[in-house]
Design a protein around this ligand. Structure first.
Ligand SMILES: [Zn+2]
Ligand SMILES: [Zn+2]
Length: 288
């Protein structure tokens, strides 16, 4: 199904690109990519729902989850499961091949785009029941495909098929391929600032990909500080997702933001590490 979803979107997206391309379609694509990938995926699902680096209202949490559904990347609970499983194994020496990233680009592409990952012992990874039992996340897990499709139908009706193909199919394809590519490269190439003791994969920081992936490509920083809402560490590591978190904080929409540079971070990170809802290892190893 996911393979069909990817190549279906790619085919329709390229077709749309060939039949008509406008500045408006490209600008709309970037705006939708920012809303769905930066706000929905990076800030909402990854930093918020998965790592719980800030607190927010249920309404905003659900808004983030909805924006994520429009990204066309997949179901939020599937993503949650893969993330918890991956963090668990990458922080251990006996990490299986899939998460250790010793393999090449094409193998990784094949595995990620054409296979389905099913964790055998889900209970091992300590997924919080507040997430797995969340009614909206459960609903979106089953229905996520309908959201980008509905948006495409709406935009096609209003602005034509070419516009809808570029702003939906091509954007979804770019999101899927971009997320996969950033994930692969940020475990293979790039600079390592922090050694994470005992880990089989500590991630790497990739400057260019970090900037265009809203901070996600500063992946070694994220392995070192998974409890931090801020992924950039140096001034030049432009972390757009962090600026969204800051803007939401200033507006009073998120609170109790945990970030590596703020006072008391080590204590807060350690407090999270012993919380049974979180699966991180020795807290001392998590503060760089
Ligand atoms: Zn993460
Ligand atoms: Zn990683």
């Amino acid at each position: 199904m996911k393979t069909f979803w990817l190549y279906g979107n790619l085919g329709l997206g390229l077709l749309a690109l060939g039949t008509g391309l406008s500045v408006a379609a490209f600008l709309t694509s970037f705006f939708l990519a920012f809303l769905t990938l930066c706000v929905g995926h990076s800030v909402g699902l990854h930093r918020g729902i998965i790592h719980k680096t800030y607190a927010t209202s249920r309404l905003l949490r659900w808004t983030f989850a909805l924006l994520f559904a429009f990204s066309g990347l997949g179901g939020p609970l599937s993503w949650l499961k893969v993330h918890y499983t991956r963090d668990y194994w990458q922080n251990r020496a006996d990490c299986p091949r899939f998460f250790r990233y010793d393999h090449g680009l094409l193998t990784d592409y094949h595995w990620n785009m054409h296979c389905r990952f099913v964790p055998a012992q889900l209970e091992l990874y300590g997924l919080p029941s507040e997430d797995t039992e969340d009614p909206l996340l459960r609903f979106l897990e089953r229905s996520w495909m309908l959201f980008p499709v509905a948006l495409m139908a709406l935009l096609a009706w209003q602005f034509g098929w070419a516009f809808a193909g570029v702003t939906c199919c091509l954007r979804v394809t770019a999101g899927i391929l971009g997320h996969w590519f950033v994930g692969y490269v940020s475990h293979k190439i790039g600079y390592v600032r922090y050694a994470v003791d005992g880990a089989s994969s500590e991630g790497r920081n990739v400057f260019f990909l970090g900037v265009i992936s809203f901070g996600e490509g500063f992946h070694n920083n994220h392995h070192a500080y998974p409890a931090s809402a801020r992924m950039g560490v140096k001034w030049y590591e432009l972390d757009l997702g962090w600026w969204v978190v800051r803007a939401l904080e200033v507006l009073g929409l998120v609170h109790d933001v945990v970030a590596w540079h703020r006072p008391g971070f080590a204590a807060k990170a350690a407090a999270k590490a012993v919380d049974p809802r979180f699966i991180f290892r020795d807290p001392d190893q998590r503060v760089g």
